[in-house]
Design a protein. Structure first.
Length: 67
């Protein structure tokens, strides 16, 4: 069951933009703060939060549509 969920999540992430994927990887895999992600990507913190918000919303929709 958990393996299926992880597989579905990995598949859904592929539908995000490269920039959204990068933000989520830095935030959740590398556990960087929004401020640190902004520094790494050369963007302001608000832009990073917006990218993360849109990415998570898109993931939610993709995963909901799979059920």
């Amino acid at each position: 069951m958990l393996g299926e969920a992880v597989g579905a999540l990995r598949g859904a992430v592929k539908h995000l933009t490269a920039e959204q994927q990068q933000v989520l990887a830095l935030r959740f895999e590398r556990t960087l703060s929004s401020r640190d992600v902004a520094r790494v990507l050369g963007k302001n913190e608000g832009a990073i939060r917006a990218l993360q918000f849109r990415a998570l919303g898109r993931l939610r929709k993709i995963l909901r549509d799979q059920v």
